[in-house]
Design a protein around this ligand. Structure first.
Ligand code: FCB
Length: 446
């Protein structure tokens, strides 16, 4: 497996790894922290596959220095992490919690001292419970609270963080959180989901403007989960379904940001569940982006009949049963490049869960290594055809709390033994490290 010799990236390209607060930090009741909707959701019976929660997770709150040292050892340029809103503002409004800010102050300074570029995400799903008690993202007041939170984070850290992302994957919060209800806050109501999606986009646009107005120097943007949507068969029904899924899942989020309007086909499909949109909302959402983050894991295949199942068809899948489909990343990037006037793109997440085995203290995860190498190659192909992408982040640095799957799915390039909190570099991490060494030595030759 020497695909890396075929990879060619610009010298300025940023390589990193990503995590999120709830999935690694632990310290659920640390000084001054309020609960989040994920703390509450985990308490509901049967919603987390292994019955676990995020109370201690990877104990990153305690072990953050060791984790930053791991990043240095890997040789990454950048670290994408998120802030837990209820850790720095227990109720999501009102007083800020200095103990919470101290943690992120140390974490960010720790990155800077180690020469790592901080890429900060404001909302990776852990909304303060106190705001959910008033309707959460469905309530338009949450938009203003988010803007206040964003401005405070930008005021304190904007001088040191390279980039600030408002939201991670609004589709997940809206659809999985409020329509299918398999993620927090576990609501099943399509019109709520549509309103939530609108408020997430609106709060993004207003926060970007407010952070910029106060002189924030960081690059400001948002992260969307995206995938090409393919019809399962050539039937007209499947093709229509695929186009609609592209409208509701991808264009619904992308087009307001880039074009200032919801896509007409998906809007028509909303019927009475369409969101309430006020005058000026769309103009606010369209605030110029310094970057657009893309999380890519697999393609999406839709069928008007029974759900399409990659595994049942004998296709290569990960431990999530997600099809391994690297060419989908090339296809997606080329399509976006052709259809839209894009800001610089970042691949903010890409990675795979596998049921790793520890053999004499080592993890020979050749499947994950191959997944990453093939996706990096797919990325490089799109870039060679003219798509501007500035960075790539592996999901994830550590095995962690994989939401409704609990700890049963391992996405890390570093293994976490949850009994001892011992971290072990898997072969994929060693491979990434030597790949990065190669990139750095090419840079040094310039
Ligand atoms: C993405 C999430 C991330 C992680 C990966 C596997 O949707 O942003 O937190 O769960 O999937």
């Amino acid at each position: 497996m020497h695909t890396e010799s075929r990879l060619s990236f610009p010298r300025s390209f940023i390589w990193g790894v990503a995590t999120s607060a709830f999935q690694i930090e632990g310290g659920a009741d640390a000084a001054g922290k309020g609960p989040s909707i994920w703390d509450d959701f985990c308490r509901l019976p049967g919603v987390i596959q292994d019955g676990s929660d995020g109370r201690s997770a990877c104990e990153h709150l305690r072990l953050w220095e060791e984790d930053l040292d791991l990043l240095v050892h890997l040789g990454v340029d950048a670290y994408r992490f998120s802030i837990s809103w209820p850790r720095i503002q227990a109720l999501g409004s009102g007083p800020f919690n200095e103990a919470g800010f101290d943690f992120y102050e140390r974490l960010i300074n720790g990155m800077v001292a180690r020469g790592l570029k901080p890429y900060l995400t404001l909302n990776h799903w852990d909304l303060p419970s106190a705001l959910q008690a008033h309707g959460g993202w469905e309530n338009r007041e949450t938009v203003q609270h988010f803007v206040t939170y964003a401005c405070e984070v930008a005021r304190r850290f904007g001088d040191r963080v390279v980039s600030i992302c408002t939201h991670n994957e609004p589709w997940v919060m809206a659809y999985l959180g409020h329509e299918s209800g398999v993620f927090a806050p576990g609501i099943r109501n399509r019109s709520s989901a549509m309103q939530v999606a609108h408020h997430l986009l609106l709060s993004h646009g207003l926060a970007v403007k407010a952070m910029r107005d106060q002189g924030c120097k960081s690059q400001l943007g948002i992260v969307l989960n995206m995938a090409p949507v393919h019809p399962a068969t050539a039937s007209l029904e499947d093709q229509a379904r695929a186009r609609l899924d592209d409208g509701t899942g991808l264009r619904w989020y992308l087009e307001p940001l880039l074009l200032g309007a919801y896509p007409a086909d998906a809007w028509a499909h909303c019927g009475p569940d369409a969101p309430k949109v006020q005058a000026q909302d769309m103009a606010h959402i369209q605030a110029p982006l310094d970057f657009l983050g893309i999380n890519y894991y697999t393609r999406n295949v839709t069928s008007a009949d029974a759900p399409w199942n990659a595994k049942a068809l004998g296709l290569e899948v990960t431990d999530m049963d997600w099809e391994v489909y690297p060419q989908g990343l090339t296809e997606l990037l080329l399509r976006l490049h052709q259809d839209y006037d894009l800001p610089p793109l970042l691949i903010t997440e890409n990675g795979a869960a596998y049921a790793d085995r520890v053999e004499q203290g080592e993890v020979h995860d050749t499947d994950r290594q191959s997944y990453l190498a093939r996706h990096m190659e797919a990325l490089s192909q799109a870039m060679q055809k003219g798509v501007r992408v500035d960075a790539y982040f592996v999901w994830s640095l550590l095995d962690n709390f994989e939401w409704a799957f609990g700890y049963s799915k391992r996405f890390g390039i570093v293994r976490v033994d949850y009994e001892t909190q011992k971290r072990t570099l898997k072969d994929s991490a060693l491979w990434y490290r030597s790949f990065l060494q190669m990139q750095h030595s090419m840079r040094a030759k310039d």
